[in-house]
Design a protein around this ligand. Structure first.
Ligand SMILES: NC(=O)c1ccc[n+]([C@@H]2O[C@H](COP(=O)([O-])OP(=O)(O)OC[C@H]3O[C@@H](n4cnc5c(N)ncnc54)[C@H](OP(=O)(O)O)[C@@H]3O)[C@@H](O)[C@H]2O)c1
Length: 346
C-alpha cells in the first residue's frame, strides 16, 4: 500500500513538475489549448474573463486565429500576461479583441510569463532555441574516467531528474562521440511520461555513426535527426533517411559543423527548447559561441582526478575577467548528488 501510494505520488509530482516547466505556447499545442479551453467551457465562456499567458494570435496557422475563437465564444474580457513578439501577432490579437468590444488587459505577471515562454520568445525574436546545457560530473568537474567510463557518475535520483528535463524540452542534442561511446537511448523513461520523449539530435558531420547504433536504429519509434555537414556522402544520407532519420544539412566548420547554423535549422523546424547532453567538445563549442542560455550541472560526491575527462575543454582563457559570466539560479540536493542551475551571459 505504502509503495503504491509512493508510486502515485511520484507520478503526480512528475506530472506537476512537467506541467510547470512546459511552455504553454509553442507551436501547435498553443492553438489546441486555447480551442480546448473554450470547448470545455462551452456556453459558460459567454461574458467570462479569459486569462492567457500570451497574447491570442491574430493569424491563420494550423488553426484559425485564437482571437477569433475568443470573440466567437463571446468572452467579455481577456487578460494577457504578455504581448506575442511574433510579428504576425504583436498587438494585432489584442486589437482584434478590442475592435470586437472585448475588454483587454496586458502585462499581468509579465515577468513570470516571459520566463515560462522563454523558448518561444527566443525562437521568434532570435531564430534560435533556448539552450540548456546539462552536465553530470564528479565533484572535480570530470565527465568520465581516463578510460572513458562515464556511466553512471551521478545516482538514480539525478538520472530521474535528467529524464524529467527531457520531458520539458522539444529536443535533446549530443555529439557523435557520445552517441558512439555511450550508445544512449535519450528517451524519457519516467513512469507515465514515456510519451514525452523529445526529438533526438546527433551532431554527426560526416554521418559516420553506425546505422546500428540505438539512436539511428530506433528512429522510427522516436524521431531522430542528424546534423550533418553539407559535404556528407549522399549515400549515407540515403541510408539514414531510409531508417526514418531526418538529416539537417549545415555548413561545415573546423570543428565539424557550424553549430550556430545547426541550431537555427532546429529552430526553423519548431524547436523552442533544446537540452544539450554533451559531450565535452559539443559543450565547449556551444559555450565559446555563446549559444548556451542555461546550465544544469549535476555534481556527484566523487573525485575522478586530473586524468579524468574534463567536462569543458580548453577555453583558452588567460584572464579571470574573460571567463563566461554565470548567474546561479538554484542549488539543490537531488538524492546523493547536487544540482546547480545557472543563467549564462549575465
Ligand atoms: N557525464 C556527462 O554529463 C556526459 C555527457 C555526455 C557525454 N559524456 C562523455 O563524453 C565523452 C564524449 O565526449 P566528446 O567530447 O569526446 O565528444 P562529443 O562532444 O560527444 O562529440 C564530439 C563530436 O561531435 C562532432 N561535431 C561536429 N561538429 C562539431 C562542433 N562544431 N563542435 C564540436 N563537435 C562537433 C564531431 O564528430 P564528427 O567530426 O564525426 O562530426 C566531434 O568529434 C564520452 O566519454 C561520454 O561518455 C559525459
Amino acid at each position: 500500500m505504502v509503495q503504491a501510494e509512493a508510486i502515485i505520488e511520484t507520478r503526480v509530482q512528475n506530472f506537476m513538475h512537467w506541467l510547470s516547466n512546459r511552455e504553454i505556447v509553442p507551436t501547435i499545442v498553443r492553438y489546441q489549448q486555447d480551442a480546448e479551453a473554450l470547448r470545455q467551457a462551452g456556453p459558460r465562456a459567454r461574458g467570462a474573463s479569459a486569462y492567457v499567458s500570451l497574447e491570442p494570435c491574430a493569424h491563420h496557422g494550423h488553426t484559425p486565429p485564437c482571437a477569433e475563437a475568443l470573440i466567437k465564444a463571446g468572452v467579455g474580457r481577456v487578460v494577457a500576461a504578455c504581448v506575442d513578439p511574433d510579428p504576425r501577432v504583436s498587438g494585432q490579437g489584442l486589437a482584434m479583441l478590442r475592435n470586437a468590444g472585448i475588454k483587454t488587459e496586458v502585462g499581468v505577471c509579465e515577468a513570470a510569463a516571459q520566463s515560462l515562454n522563454a523558448g518561444f520568445i527566443k525562437r521568434v525574436t532570435e531564430g534560435l532555441p533556448l539552450v540548456t546545457l546539462k552536465l553530470a560530473t564528479s565533484l572535480d568537474g570530470r565527465i568520465a574516467t581516463a578510460t572513458g567510463e562515464s556511466r553512471w557518475i551521478t545516482g538514480e535520483a539525478a538520472r530521474r531528474r535528467g529524464h524529467l528535463m527531457r520531458a520539458t524540452h522539444d529536443a535533446i542534442l549530443i555529439g557523435r562521440r557520445t552517441a558512439e561511446q555511450d550508445d544512449p537511448e535519450l528517451t524519457c523513461r519516467l513512469a507515465g511520461l514515456e510519451d514525452r520523449s523529445p526529438v533526438r539530435v546527433v551532431v554527426d558531420s560526416a554521418l559516420s555513426l553506425s546505422p546500428a547504433c540505438r539512436l539511428y536504429a530506433t528512429a522510427r519509434q522516436t524521431p531522430t535527426w542528424a546534423i550533418a555537414a553539407a559535404d556528407a556522402e549522399p549515400a549515407r544520407v540515403e541510408t539514414l533517411s531510409e531508417l526514418g532519420m531526418e538529416i539537417v544539412m549545415t555548413p561545415r566548420s573546423a570543428a565539424g559543423v557550424d553549430l550556430g547554423e545547426g541550431l537555427r535549422a532546429l529552430a526553423g523546424r519548431g524547436v523552442t527548447r533544446l537540452l544539450v547532453e554533451g559531450g565535452a567538445r559539443i559543450a565547449t563549442t556551444l559555450l565559446q559561441a555563446e549559444l548556451v542560455d542555461r546550465l544544469a550541472w549535476f555534481r556527484a560526491s566523487r573525485l575522478l582526478g586530473a586524468d579524468g575527462r574534463a567536462a569543458i575543454e580548453s577555453l583558452a582563457l588567460d584572464r579571470l575577467a574573460d571567463t563566461p559570466a554565470l548567474l546561479r539560479l538554484t542549488n539543490e540536493v537531488v538524492g546523493e548528488d547536487m544540482l546547480e542551475t545557472y543563467l549564462t551571459g549575465r
